[in-house]
Design a protein. Structure first.
Length: 225
């Protein structure tokens, strides 16, 4: 049991944050009914409604989860980087949604066509209110997942995997606006936040810096004893 704990104890932060995020987000979804801030930019009116993009929109859940789990089991250092990247952006999103409740009026009042994809979107609209949108976590986490793939030595060697990850990432980003789940403003701000976090996590390598600091502090305490 002890060996199991030592091997997989890095799952604890993930599980704790999952509970915190889901609880906080569920609270926002229930309380933000008529947001004061309505998000809209001119280009939103020019983007068509393409229901087939609901497929990559839902593939997002598997994409992000699989990348995180791969890093969890195969590369602990990359796992920590991915978690820091994702958790920071998701927390910023929760804080923004709490302090500035926001929403949009982009969804079509009536589906322009009747098919399996519009039926799925109709169910999505019922389950997911058009609130708490800025910045888009679908966009931000997709970028985070692709960065994790590109910075993993094993995954990055596979050209087909790299290309597939990029295509899926792009299609998920496009899906957020094509099925009218997000405004382009949400997409752009997600890119801005991802750029900042890329510098912090991958260029400044804050995870390694924190680990070095902890190691130095531990050695210092041992010397004092």
């Amino acid at each position: 049991m002890k060996k199991f704990y030592e091997k997989y104890k890095h799952a604890i932060p993930l599980m704790i944050y999952a509970v915190i995020y889901c609880t906080w987000f569920a609270y926002l979804e229930k309380t933000v009914i008529h947001p004061a801030t309505i998000i809209h930019v001119g280009i939103d009116d020019l983007i068509p409604f393409w229901e087939v993009f609901v497929i990559p929109y839902f593939l997002w859940f598997a994409y992000v989860s699989i990348v995180v789990m791969y890093c969890f089991f195969k590369n602990k250092q990359e796992y920590y980087k991915t978690c820091v990247f994702l958790f920071t952006g998701m927390t910023v999103f929760l804080i923004i949604s709490t302090l500035w409740p926001n929403g949009h009026h982009l969804r079509p009042a009536v589906m322009p066509r009747e098919n399996i994809f519009t039926a799925i979107i109709a169910h999505l609209y019922k389950a997911d209110t058009p609130t708490n949108l800025w910045p888009s976590i679908h966009v931000y986490n997709s970028i985070g997942a692709h960065l994790a793939v590109m910075h993993n030595d094993q995954l990055a060697k596979n050209r087909l995997l790299r290309t597939g990850s990029l295509m899926l990432c792009i299609s998920i980003i496009l899906s957020t606006v094509f099925i009218k789940q997000h405004s382009m403003f949400d997409v752009i701000t997600a890119f801005v936040m991802a750029t900042v976090m890329y510098v912090v996590v991958y260029q400044a390598n804050i995870v390694a810096s924190c680990q070095t600091y902890r190691s130095n502090q531990k050695r210092h305490r041992i010397r004092q004893v």
